[in-house]
Design a protein around this ligand. Structure first.
Ligand SMILES: C[S@@+](CC[C@H](N)C(=O)[O-])C[C@H]1O[C@@H](n2cnc3c(N)ncnc32)[C@H](O)[C@@H]1O
Length: 278
């Protein structure tokens, strides 16, 4: 792949999805795009970049972005966030839900579903009656392929191992046996989640606000300017007193003028009227 091809591909990834690929990532980009060339039976990178830059290549641009995203995820990843959710957040949200309030949680950049399913299992474990309450989880990602996998809710043994055994027993079903053995997330968990394709850089067709937002290990692939533009947008859709969780190597910049205050390791909270001093 020539420098010009790498630049053409990384320019599109940046302008459409905010993904930054510095020159040292050229081998990674090359290996991910090579698969696409093979599938399309295109022989050179320059033919491919000409195609994605043409009018007929509009759909391929989306496929290209999908092939460039990093989708690694685990159940209960960064488990301290789930401790905060269970101990400090859900008791109050659930009593509000039982009093008739609408409660919304958002997994932004949900990848193959482990994050929203971990949220849903935590919720259901504390409130087996959750389906009778107005409590819902929105799970979104730019990559339509991961949304298909996430919706299916079917995982192998290695993935399921990250779920505590009691929750595994309650919320997954074993399907098949031997080498074909897999685990299906039960319907009661899946029913709490709406999966949607959404590019965080585009408009958010979202109505209402969220009590908790997980946007973890997503902005790490963005530059500072894109990150700085995102946090105020998250703030605008976070309820007073609501929470924002980010990934272990991500931070809200000090240069940022948002109301979010640090409330735990990589956890932020919008002040609520009740804890405002003045
Ligand atoms: C490493 S995964 C993180 C999954 C999960 N949040 C976690 O922490 O385990 C990053 C996800 O962000 C998604 N992503 C990247 N750029 C995005 C964008 N512009 N809009 C929405 N999602 C994006 C990728 O498709 C990928 O699935």
């Amino acid at each position: 792949m020539s420098d010009a091809d790498f630049k053409a591909i990384s320019d599109i990834a940046y302008s459409e999805a905010g993904l930054v690929f510095p020159p040292e990532k050229a081998p990674l980009v090359q290996s991910r795009i090579t698969r696409r060339l093979r599938q399309l039976k295109i022989t050179t990178f320059s033919d491919y970049t000409a195609f994605v830059n043409s009018e007929q290549g509009l759909t391929e641009r989306k496929v290209m972005i999908s092939s460039l995203t990093t989708n690694v995820s685990n159940f209960f990843r960064e488990s301290h966030h789930f401790d905060i959710l269970r101990e400090d957040i859900l008791p109050n949200l659930l009593s509000r839900a039982r009093a008739g309030d609408r409660i919304r949680l958002w997994s932004a950049g949900c990848s193959t579903g482990q994050e929203p399913y971990s949220i849903a299992m935590t919720l259901l474990d504390m409130a087996p009656d959750a389906s009778t309450l107005d409590v819902k989880i929105l799970a979104t990602d730019i990559d339509p392929n991961v949304i298909v996998t996430a919706k299916r809710g079917y995982y192998d043994e290695r993935a399921i191992c990250d779920i505590d055994e009691a929750l595994q027993k309650k919320y997954t079903e074993t399907v098949g046996n031997g080498r074909k053995r897999g685990f299906q997330i039960k319907e009661c968990v899946r029913n709490l989640i709406s999966f949607r394709e959404l590019n965080l850089l585009s408009e958010w067709p979202i109505s209402g606000i969220f009590d908790v937002i997980f946007c973890r290990n997503v902005v790490i692939y963005f530059d500072e300017m894109t990150q700085l533009s995102l946090w105020p947008r998250f703030e605008a859709v976070t309820a007073p007193g609501g929470w924002l969780f980010v990934g272990h190597s991500e931070r809200l910049s000090d240069r940022l003028d948002t109301e979010f205050i640090a409330a735990g390791p990589t956890a932020y909270q919008r002040p609520s009227p009740a804890n405002t001093i003045i």
